[in-house]
Design a protein. Structure first.
Length: 299
């Protein structure tokens, strides 16, 4: 039995008249009669009580009508969902991000914009260690990653820069170099111990400019954990300026790094051969977003 048989049956059950039902179905009345007979033979049940003057549903026909309508409704729903999924109107997008992408507002801006345009798509966002994000995206465990550059990425991935800022120094309050009146030279930091965030590029570039190798004593991961260690006087840190305005912990003072700024960027990372329509819609949105510059007011 095919879906067309169910449609023929339902229309006849609604019209209870072969000629009118056949007209609705755009087929000949004798053809409809043959189709209904095929259904009854398949079911081994009479669905209609027919006389020369009337057509009525039997008790078996009434039960079958209820189930036939459910099947047709489910089929229509499945077709609709399939079509919407093909357009990217429904689906699921897995997002991985590093903390500084959230502190900068980049993560929120992109997800809010996407959800406003594609309300039928589910977004699942979770913080992920930055070094694992490229592999997770390559393995299709994450669809789009928000990362802090610079970082090495596989050839199968692409990125789009969404935000540019720079690195600054986080020092324990009361540290000899914490005062803005102090004329800091990078060479003076050689004796310091460093607490490094996930993105260590700022730390090593500062040390390179100062002509020394940084003495790293801890790498706790998240920026909040890094600044907590700084507030406990475990060392100093080189962090993105976005954290300076968002994470104000007692016992931490921020300073600009002297000399040329050490720049960094937040970017979206995604597969170059993405197949999911929903993810492709998100990527298209991201690619249309210009990179914005973050200016932090470090006291």
């Amino acid at each position: 039995m095919e879906l067309r048989h169910l449609r023929y049956f339902v229309v006849l059950a609604e019209e209870l008249h072969f000629a009118r039902a056949a007209e609705r179905l755009n087929i000949a009345a004798p053809t409809l009669t043959v189709q209904i007979q095929e259904i009854e033979r398949t079911l081994s049940a009479r669905l209609f009580a027919r006389t020369k003057r009337s057509v009525a549903l039997t008790s078996a026909g009434e039960l079958f009508l209820c189930e036939a309508r459910k099947v047709l409704e489910q089929h229509a729903k499945a077709v609709s969902i399939g079509q919407r999924a093909g357009r990217g109107e429904v689906g699921r997008v897995e997002i991985g991000y590093v903390g500084s992408a959230a502190y900068a507002g980049v993560l929120q801006e992109q997800t809010w914009q996407f959800l406003a345009a594609w309300q039928g798509v589910d977004l699942n966002a979770r913080e992920v260690p930055m070094e694992t994000l490229p592999r997770l995206i390559t393995d299709s465990q994450v669809d789009i990653g928000f990362v802090r550059l610079p970082m090495r990425i596989p050839k199968s991935l692409r990125l789009h820069v969404l935000m540019r800022d720079r690195f600054c120094l986080a020092l324990p309050t009361g540290h000899r170099h914490a005062s803005v009146a102090d004329t800091l030279r990078l060479q003076q930091l050689e004796s310091e111990t460093f607490i490094t965030p996930e993105q260590t590029a700022g730390t090593y570039e500062l040390a390179r400019r100062g002509g020394f190798a940084p003495r790293v004593v801890a790498a706790p991961g998240s920026l909040f954990s890094v600044l907590t260690q700084v507030s406990l006087r475990a060392g100093i840190s080189v962090i993105p300026t976005v954290a300076c305005d968002v994470l104000r912990l007692p016992g931490v003072t921020f300073r600009e790094i002297p000399g040329e700024p050490i720049h960094s960027e937040v970017a979206a990372l995604f597969r170059s051969d993405e197949a999911s329509p929903a993810v492709k819609n998100f990527i298209e949105q991201i690619r249309g977003a210009p990179a914005r510059n973050i200016e932090s007011s470090i006291a």
